[in-house]
Design a protein around this ligand. Structure first.
Ligand code: FES
Length: 111
């Protein structure tokens, strides 16, 4: 599994491993690294919104909710200052690159 350090916000706030994006988000429950690709059909979870309970992240494409706790369990991570280091799924030698993905206001600010 690749261990990748990237920015918690702004430029290079996304790590792609074998083409799959991961971003750091902030919710009322705290910050965490999540897959930015919806498990339904790959919609942009980075543009999703927590539901009123704060337990599910609602995808903007088909409005399905994904469990935030399940998504968090997929990516162990620790934040230090403005960077985050995450253990991302995939083989250790998988292609990894940093990029930028926009976040919905709710995920950028921890609504
Ligand atoms: S792609 Fe996310 S709900 Fe369908």
């Amino acid at each position: 599994m690749p261990v990748v350090t990237f920015k918690a916000g702004g430029a290079d706030n996304c790590a792609r491993v074998a083409g799959l994006p991961y971003v750091y988000i902030r919710t009322e429950a705290g910050g965490s690294v999540l897959p930015a690709s919806c498990p339904h059909r790959g919609g942009p979870l980075n543009l999703g919104t927590p539901d009123p309970t704060g337990r599910r992240l609602v995808c903007p494409w088909h409005e399905r909710g994904s469990s935030l706790s399940r998504l968090r369990r997929q990516v162990p991570a620790v934040r230090s200052g403005d960077t985050v280091t995450a253990v991302l799924p995939g083989p250790a030698d998988a292609d990894t690159e940093l990029c930028h993905l926009p976040l919905s206001p709710a995920l950028a600010a921890g609504a």
